[in-house]
Design a protein around this ligand. Sequence first.
Ligand SMILES: [Zn+2]
Length: 310
Amino acid sequence: MIGNTTWNTTEPARRTLLRGTAAGLASGLLGPAGAAAAAAPHRTGVVARRAGRYEVLALLDARGTFPGTREDQFGGATEEAWRRADRIDPRAAGPDGTWRLSFWCYAVRRPGGRVTLVDTGVGPAGSPASGWAPVPGRLPRVLADAGVGADDVDTVVLTHLHEDHYGWAVDPDGTALFPDARHVVQRTETASLTPADSALSYVVTPLRAAGLLDEADGPVRLAGGGLRALPTPGHTAGHQSVLVDGGRRRIYITGDVLVHAVQLADPSVAYRFERDEPTARATRTALLSRARAEHALLATAHLNEPFTRT
Ligand SMILES: [Zn+2]
C-alpha cells in the first residue's frame, strides 16, 4: 500500500490514547499482559490462528478510508471481479465507491514464546506514513494486549519498505523499538531506494548503524524449519512474504502481494502503485495458486478480515 493523499480514520478516539507509546515500548512497557486477550478478536485488535506449533497473531495497527474511488486504484477490474470482491471483503466497499482498508501486522509466536514480527504498521504520529496514512497506529497497545513484550521479539521481517509497513520499527529519533531483533529485508529492496525515499533515512540507516539490519539475498530460513521468508517481487523490487509451515496447516503472510480482495477474485488485476505490474501479477498468480493447492490460509495486510482462503 502506498498513496499520497489525506486519509479519514475510523477510530481516532482510541488512537489518541496511544500517543507517546513508542518510548514506552522501547523501555519495556510491553511486558506480559492478559494473554487471554489474544482469543478475543477485533475488540482488542488481535485475531489468532494456529499452524501446528506456531501461533499466528494478526495485529490491527489501523483502519482508514482511501480517498477517491476504488476504480482509480484497480482500473482493470471487471464488474464480476468487483462483485466477487464484495463477497470476500464486504467491509471494503465504502460509500460512493470508496475503499475501506485495514493495516495488519503479524506476530508468529514459536514454541518457547519467542516471536517473529512481520511488518510494523503505519507508526506513530509524525512517522513517514503520516502524510497519507491513518496515524498514529495502535500496534504497541495491540502487542501488549496479545501478551507480546518488545524483548520477546527476536526477528522483525519487513515485507517491503513502504511507509505503512515499517512505521513502528524505530522511533522518530531512530531508536529501534525491538532492540533484540534482527530486521530482515531483501537487499534488492534496500538497493532500490533512492535518497528521496524516506525509508532510507528513517529506518534503513538507523537499523544499519545499530547492527540490526539483516539484508538477505533470496529465501531466508527464519527459525527452525517451519518459518521462511520468500521473495515475492513486483509490488516493490525486493518484496518478500513469510511462510508459516505448521505441517498440516500452512499460512502465507503475504505483505502487499495483494492489497484488495479484487486481486484475490482476479489475480490479474493490477494495483496502481505496483512498481512492476507484470512481475507483481505473475507473483500474485503463483502465490495464490500455490496457497490454493496447499489448502493454506492467507494472512494479508490490507483486507478487513486478516485471514482468508484463496
Ligand atoms: Zn501496504
